[in-house]
Design a protein around this ligand. Structure first.
Ligand code: FE2
Ligand code: FE2
Length: 420
């Protein structure tokens, strides 16, 4: 479904009257969550409602090898039934060919025709399961008792006698089209329900994954100065960079969930080093560096693709593009892509936010450092991607800020939780 607009205000004007509450423009258009952007999720929900809200046009197929009879039926039906059109054939074979690609809502079929009679036509058309729920009426000049059993067995739901009474024909068509519509609505509701169940199951799977990861991350947070806000910001920044460099959608979505695992190895660092105020000695710094390998050991070997990606990130987020990083001194593209992306996001967010041992840098200075380290610490492609999306980088920083809410107002984070 396409709403005919791509502006946030335009989408809001269409969807809000239909009962959809929209999050802020940034999260609506760019953030990936639970298997798609919020906009895609809203589109899917709106699409399901749309089917119910928009009356589907209906088509009556008229088949009679006498053009005069066709003209009579068309005249009788013209303008009598709302949102209904007719398609007429004097040849059963042409009608069958049309039915290969189309689906009428009702068929009025003459019995006596030269190419094939109406019963043979119905038999052929009923072989296609698509036509199971389509009512068919047989029109005949024969006494009804002679034809009725055979016609009903072949799939006719009613018989109309010639000469056809126009009012009776319109009344029967109206009833049968209503029947057809209610059958189709039921089928659509059933398939919509299946879709809802599938969405819900996918949602549960994603939430379970997220729950496990959130616990792991919370556990590591209790032993580190890094906040939950940092985890969220660096995860969204990583996803933003991944999308900008054209990474596959599934990879971007997994990266969002896996990036917060980057420092999970810090659970293995002694408190006297991890929580030390002031600078570390060389020996202590070497111990601190082991968090990358510890994180990898904790997460590796799982069947979960997500934990596998987490393991790669934990292992490689301190590697440097010029080969001067740790723990393995990998260089260039031998560093996993996820590690190269997370490195930029992690450092940028650490710079522009306050830590117990440092003040927050102003964003301009942080962007300058990222630019200066292009091709040294950081993958040039990842740097360029971040610098191309400076506006959205700052939106993420604001939305998930650790700063308390202004007096009487909601913090961006609280606001986000309320709308999601
Ligand atoms: Fe780290
Ligand atoms: Fe970090």
């Amino acid at each position: 479904m396409y709403l005919g607009t791509t502006t946030y205000e335009g989408i809001k004007a269409i969807l809000e009257p239909l009962g959809f509450s929209l999050p802020g423009p940034y999260s609506l258009l760019t953030r990936s969550r639970h298997g798609g952007t919020d906009l895609e999720r809203i589109y899917a929900q709106a699409g399901r409602k749309w089917k119910v809200l928009t009356p589907m046009p209906q088509t009556i197929l008229l088949l009679d090898d006498e053009p005069d009879n066709i003209a009579l039926m068309e005249r009788a039906l013209h303008g009598k039934l709302h949102n209904v059109s007719t398609v007429s054939f004097v040849s059963p074979r042409q009608a069958l060919a049309w039915c290969d690609r189309h689906e009428p809502d009702l068929c009025l079929i003459d019995y006596r025709m030269s190419e094939m009679n109406g019963i043979e036509f119905m038999r052929q058309i009923r072989q296609n399961p698509r036509f199971n729920g389509i009512p068919m009426v047989m029109i005949t000049g024969m006494p009804p008792e002679e034809l009725r059993p055979e016609a009903l067995v072949s799939g006719a739901i009613e018989l109309l006698n010639k000469p056809v009474n126009p009012d009776e024909m319109v009344a029967r068509c109206r009833n049968l089209l209503l029947l057809r519509k209610s059958l189709r609505d039921q089928r659509q509701q059933a398939s919509g329900f299946d879709e809802e169940i599938n969405c819900a199951l996918q949602g549960i799977a994603v939430r379970e994954h997220e729950g496990v990861i959130e616990r792991l991350v919370q556990f590591s947070e209790t032993r580190d100065e890094e906040t939950g806000g940092h985890m969220r910001r660096m995860a969204y920044l990583s996803e933003l960079i991944a999308r900008e460099i054209g990474a596959h959608r599934e990879f971007c979505e997994m990266l969002l969930l896996a990036a917060p695992m980057h420092d999970i190895g810090k659970i293995g660092i002694p408190d006297r080093i991890l929580l030390k105020r002031g600078s570390l000695t060389t020996a202590e710094r070497e111990i601190m560096k082991t968090h990358a390998a510890i994180g990898y050991d904790v997460l590796k070997g799982s069947e979960s693709e997500l934990l596998g990606l987490g393991a790669d990130i934990a292992h490689s987020h301190h590697e440097k593009f010029d080969g001067l990083g740790y723990p393995r001194g990998l260089k260039g593209e031998s560093i996993p892509l996820a590690g190269r992306i997370v490195a930029v996001a992690d450092v940028f967010d650490a710079l522009v936010n306050e830590r117990p041992y440092k003040n927050a840098w102003c964003p301009g200075d942080a962007f300058d450092l990222i630019r200066r380290e292009r091709g040294k610490h950081f993958d040039p492609e990842c740097v360029d991607a971040m610098l191309k999306r400076i506006g959205e980088v700052m939106d993420i920083e604001t939305e998930f800020s650790d700063k308390p809410a202004p007096e009487g107002g909601l913090s961006p984070r609280t606001l986000n939780r309320r709308v999601s």
